[in-house]
Ligand binder design. Sequence first.
Ligand code: HEM
Length: 470
Amino acid sequence: MLSEILKYLVIAIGSYSVYLVLEIIFPPFNFPKTIPTIPFYVSFLGSYENLDQEQIYKRYLKDKLEKYGAVKIYFASRWNILVSRPEYLLTIFKNEDVYAKSGNHIKIPGSVMASYTGDNIISAHGELWKLYREVVAPSIQFPDKEPVYKNTKMMLEIIENELKNSDTIAIADILQRYTLNNVGNSMIGIDFRALEGSQSFMHQKIKYVKSQIFRPFYMNFPYFDKFPIPSRLTAKREVNSFRNWYGQKLIDEHKPELSNSAATKLVNALKDGKLTEKQYLDNAVIVMVAGHENPLLLMLSVLFILGKNPDLQESLRTEKIPLESVIYETLRVYPPLAQIINRCTTKATVLGENIFIPKGVYVGYNNLATGRDRGIWGPDADEFNPSRWGNTLDEINQNYSQAKRMATLPAFHGRKRACLGEKFAIFEIKECISAIIGKYRISLGENWKPKLTPSGPVCPLGLQIKFEKA
Ligand code: HEM
């Protein structure tokens, strides 16, 4: 009798395991048949192969996305639809209620990522989004730019100091401290003191959290964050204690006279009962995270491009070309947020002419693919060519605005949910890059092997820059 029960138990567990594996290998039967499927293992390649995101994209995604504009892809414990064709992107951006934002707190609840950024202005939908926007949008759209000048000077002093030890610097840490200070001073209204001394508590904590979130295995299988794995439990505990510390810091240090700062706005909304404590923390964290991480990624990519290209540096120094065209071209070729999958269909719908998408399916976009699409950007789409944006600043800016409007460059999303921090990000990137190349000729570190991140946000991995006085 017991052996009979055991036998059935083994069969049941075995069948369930097979079912789970098949669910990973094949997309659900009701997914659209009119677009290709990317092999399920592609999303994990960055974890076990020595490939970066550009190589993975070229090898497995490029041809299919260029041809069909959309594919089925396995990511974050589920099958999704990934889109790159501007026409499809515009449909998604315009139909907010069908392709509703549904961030990590809903998609991967219990994950380290979700416990860090929660439900916030970027990921929320409908009334909640309006509420969060009312509280923090003004601080992001109308920052106090003044502190950036002082921070830029401090950042240059740190570089100068480091150069006493070696002519080559792993630059990411310094720039992270710089962007952190910028968002703190200009938008949040709190001095994070990230550029003072060699260690900053804030910077160290953020680096730890980032290292836990962007572990390729858990990004693909956030499901495992639900299990009591000691390292993941520690990561969640650390995230929580950091969030609480940071939320309290804003309460203690906000200056009511800085009435447009995010800290004052958030603390007031908490006191007035407009936001719950969790909503307060979620939004306080996202302003700080999006506000410093994303510009940092783009700064690193611009430095990477310039480090490879001394002539381009010289053209910028002699003002032969505007820095804007280099920044826009970098956004096209190395969009900091290459792949974003955070919308879920609220009803069955048809994308384009024949992509039938059932209700409850996650739909996302791939910026790398849109930016590199030869059908949009021509046969040289893979080449870095800032002159494609035009010659005069007016022409360059017009072409850039047009590319955003038509969703041929969706690096800052677009339309109603377009990035609110874009102008500030471009401003501080211009300040940073002009200051660095105004003072130094840069090149790639001789021992650094050019490689992008294997998954997650796009930037050169561990970039090392060699500096010589200009
Ligand atoms: C190079 C720098 C940046 C890039 C590439 C970038 C990119 C993006 C993208 C792609 C989105 C849409 C996300 C989605 O599809 O869900 C977005 C939204 C957003 N970004 Fe940025 N971002 C940058 C800098 C910033 C900065 C400095 C802030 C300041 C806090 C910021 C705040 C926001 C906010 C609040 C939204 C949500 C807007 C809404 O839905 O109403 N971003 N950004």
